[in-house]
Design a protein around this ligand. Structure first.
Ligand code: DSN
Length: 419
């Protein structure tokens, strides 16, 4: 029997095919330094694009509401067992669609509307879903955010303790999106114990570093650990929750049927692949190189007169205060993009400027490290960034930098991209 020809993407939709091709080229040519992004491997991409996208699987392995689950169950069980081993966790839920739904499931499992929650404030580097006022978590719950010290821009554990004692939060979040320093999970644990809070560590940004042992792990310290799976962990876009066995039932029920319908099985399959990749000695070396590159890039920027919030970094990200350079974050990020370097503008702690036009930029080294770049490339990138800031309005010079950036990136293969 012959089946009819199945048209390719290019045949069915040349416009989208062309945009995919252009995006591949953009990702290949640019120096990508958005701290929450990465390049997944070809294997992860393949699993993401697999027929598991066709399948509904509401429920959990062995207890689904649809037939035909033998392979989906195997995929989810593999993803969970690999992640449990990787992080040393008692229980893992791989169904959250991303980090925000993972955090919402934690609220649903432990809180009632109106309960008090505490997390690092968004302007100090926290995440929207840790109770910030424009998020549902700040609207349905009473949020009392903590901040960072004005002199050091590091988390003020005395303030966290004082606030926690005064407000008695139900949930105490640690973790953030623009905090370049090590999280002191045991210190948060002792505050949570003092006030009877559930301690939640959101390790979305650093989960790859945690998996590799390059950042201390909150597993076994925090009651619940949430994460996205696509940042330093280098998996597909998704979320996960790790927890103690005693919280497994409540959190599983909060994810499904509390918050979501069917899990995205193609994402689960890709996450299983990423967990396998992250269990290798090569990934440990990768994670260590991310941090080494961030430190080298930071030092090279400081040597060129850039100011780093907290003075440096312990992880994959750098928050740069552009004030001493006399430019705001947004026009600088836009100029960098014209120069082939992609990052995001970002508020800095106590920023006098508005979030849509803030004082800083945020850089991350996960993607460029995935391409195998090292110390000399960090120096070169700092040099490009310095030229871009002194020629911020000079399109000719920005274009010259862009072509030098393309010459640099041409020497480094990008995982998942076969040009
Ligand atoms: N949007 C992510 C980031 O860029 O850090 C956090 O959710």
């Amino acid at each position: 029997m012959t089946f009819p020809h199945q048209p390719t993407l290019a045949e069915t939709d040349p416009e989208i095919a062309e945009l995919v091709r252009k995006e591949e080229r953009r990702q290949f040519e640019a120096v990508r330094m958005i701290a929450s992004e990465n390049y997944v491997s070809r294997a992860v991409l393949e699993a993401t694009g697999s027929v598991f996208t066709n399948k509904y699987s509401e429920g959990y392995a062995g207890k689904r509401y649809y037939q035909g689950q033998e392979h989906c169950d195997a995929v989810e069980e593999l993803a969970c067992s690999r992640l449990k081993k990787l992080f040393g966790a008692e229980h893992v839920n791989v169904q959250p669609y991303s980090g925000s739904p993972a955090n919402l499931a934690v609220y649903l499992a432990f809180c009632k509307p109106g309960d008090t929650v505490m997390g690092l404030g968004l302007p100090a580097g926290g995440h929207l879903t840790h109770g910030w006022n424009v998020s549902i978590t700040g609207k349905y719950f009473k949020s009392t955010p903590y901040g960072v010290r004005p002199e050091t821009h590091r988390i003020d554990m005395d303030e966290v303790r004082k606030l926690a004692l005064a407000e008695r939060p139900k949930l105490l979040f640690c973790g953030g999106t623009a905090y370049a320093r090590t999280w002191d999970f045991p210190a948060f644990r002792s505050i949570a114990d003092e006030v009877g809070a559930v301690l939640v560590a959101d390790i979305a940004h650093i989960s790859g570093l945690v998996a590799a042992g390059v950042h201390p792990s909150p597993v076994g310290i925090a009651d619940v650990v949430t994460s996205t799976t696509h940042k330093t962990l280098r998996g597909p876009r998704g979320g996960m929750i790790l927890c103690k066995a005693s919280h497994a039932k409540d959190l599983d029920r909060a994810v499904f049927p509390g918050l979501q319908g069917g899990p995205h099985n193609h994402t689960t399959a890709a996450l299983a692949v990423a967990a396998k990749e992250a269990s290798t000695p090569e990934f440990k070396r990768y994670a260590a190189a991310i941090v080494a590159n961030a430190k080298t890039l930071g030092e090279a920027l400081v040597a060129r007169g850039f100011a780093l919030v907290t003075g440096g970094t312990d992880n994959h990200l750098l928050l740069v205060d552009m004030t001493p350079k006399g430019v705001a974050g947004k026009p600088y990020a836009q100029a960098l993009e014209r120069a082939g370097i992609v990052c995001n503008y970002n508020s800095i702690p106590f920023d006098p400027r508005k979030p849509f036009d803030p004082s800083g930029i945020r850089l991350g080294t996960s993607s460029i490290t995935s391409r195998g770049m090292g110390a000399s490339e960090m120096e070169a990138i700092a040099g490009f960034m310095d030229r871009a800031v002194t020629h911020i309005a000079d399109d000719g010079e920005l274009a010259r930098i862009r072509s030098e950036v393309a010459q640099l990136t041409a020497r480094f293969p990008a995982p998942g991209i076969l040009l």
